[in-house]
Design a protein around this ligand. Structure first.
Ligand code: SF4
Length: 401
């Protein structure tokens, strides 16, 4: 089977490390400039240096989004920025603007140049075009069907990256100015306010068609491609990409480790069993999430893939603590509280090397050794004796969600 990259998003250094620890082969991040999620990106130069070292130590890669569509006023400082990324040793940049592609080539930077999904590359001729321009990889438009992905990969023109999970634009990615009109924030310059997900009163003249209690939204369900991973690997896709640089570390750990599990099963024996696929879907549902669908993989999405009545993103309270440290001799675990939970309950733990398993959590103590009856202070440091699988960076959640 072909080597395949699992590529995860990360909005900050902590999330990037979590994604790598939980099984991502590469992470994509944005600096404070030139990125479409500039509001989600807080990577300083120092953070990037640390992340590249961490990634190299873990045999992983760092891709940096430089994917805004710049106007002339946005180009200032771009040369220095690309040279800095090159010095830092990032492995690839993801680019939408031909001006930035050309500049990166001219500067002879060592990183690869990947063509952003903002280009809506949906056919093999487009892939050929980008190859001829000296690009190293194309991120296909999310609007490709599975069959179209197969046909493009079959031509073996250059490495192909596809999205497998996360938010979708209701318009063609990168060809939407809804946010510009509604908020004066340019979606193609890092400012998308996700106006498609807002709730609207749907009017026909004076008559309101929407239910005032359940207003109309224009968004689509999120993509979830668990059932297509085997085929995507067989087609020869180079990279499977998860969307969501604004998502939490818990979401990333859950989604990344779930796809890691599935990909590893497929790479081991050439396929995933129904049981393994169902287990992956079950695990992914434990992350905070929106309703999901197949995106365009089955063909043009029908009304079942739309979210006309959009409910707020479910922010789960099931993630209750992270493991900061563990002493195998004293069996004492140092935890950081994330959400409300009660001691002396059965919980579920999962970690970089631990699949989800239920464990009874015993008494909890604060830093002064005083027993805590209710853990309800987010970020509080607490301690407990742990009898079961555990490791640093593992996460604890309530069972039965
Ligand atoms: S408003 Fe919605 S459809 Fe438009 S760019 Fe933003 S997320 Fe995409």
């Amino acid at each position: 089977m072909n080597q395949i990259e699992l590529l995860a998003p990360a909005g900050n250094l902590e999330k990037a490390k979590i994604a790598i620890l939980y099984g991502a082969d590469a992470v994509y991040i944005g600096g404070k400039q030139f990125s479409l999620r500039s509001r989600a990106s807080n990577f300083t130069k120092e953070d990037m240096v640390e992340l590249v070292k961490f990634a190299n130590d873990h045999d992983a890669k760092v891709h940096v989004t430089v994917n805004l569509l710049p106007h002339d006023e946005d180009l200032s400082g771009l040369t220095e920025y690309l040279q800095t990324l090159d010095e830092i040793g990032v492995h690839a940049i993801i680019v939408a603007s031909p001006a930035i592609m050309k500049l990166a080539k001219k500067l002879q930077c060592r990183f690869e140049i990947h063509v952003s999904t903002q280009h809506s590359s949906t056919n093999s001729k487009a892939a050929r075009f980008w190859k001829d321009q000296g690009m190293d990889r194309v991120v296909l438009g999310r609007e490709c069907t599975l069959e179209e992905v197969r046909l493009i990969c079959e031509k073996n023109i250059l490495p192909i990256e596809v999205f497998i999970h996360g938010g979708m634009c209701i318009s063609y990615s990168g060809r939407c100015v809804l946010s510009n009109h509604m908020t004066l924030r340019d979606a193609n310059r890092g400012g998308c306010a996700q106006s498609c997900r807002w709730k609207y009163h749907l009017m026909d003249e004076e008559i309101e068609l929407s239910d005032p209690e359940d207003l109309f939204s224009m968004s689509s369900k999120d993509l979830q491609a668990v059932r297509y991973i085997e085929k995507l690997i067989q087609y020869g896709v180079a990279s499977l990409k998860i969307e969501g640089r604004m998502k939490s570390a818990y979401y990333l750990a859950t989604v990344v480790s779930s796809y890691r599990y599935l990909i590893d099963r497929i790479m081991e024996k050439g396929y995933a069993s129904d049981e393994e696929i169902e287990k992956t879907e079950r695990e992914i549902r434990k992350a905070e999430n929106r309703p999901t669908g197949p995106g365009f993989y089955e063909g043009i999405p029908n009304e079942k893939v739309q979210l006309y009545v959009d409910h707020d993103e479910i922010v789960t309270q099931e993630y209750v603590a992270s493991v900061l440290d563990y002493d195998p001799f004293t069996k004492e675990a140092k935890l950081q509280v994330k959400n409300h939970f009660l001691p002396n309950r059965v919980m579920e733990i999962f970690g970089p090397h631990i699949e989800s398993v239920s464990v009874k959590v015993g008494k909890i103590y604060d830093e002064n050794g005083i027993e805590v009856e209710v853990c309800n202070k987010p970020m509080q440091i607490v301690y407990t004796k742990w009898d079961g699988p555990i490791e640093k960076d593992a996460m604890i959640r309530k069972v039965g969600n």
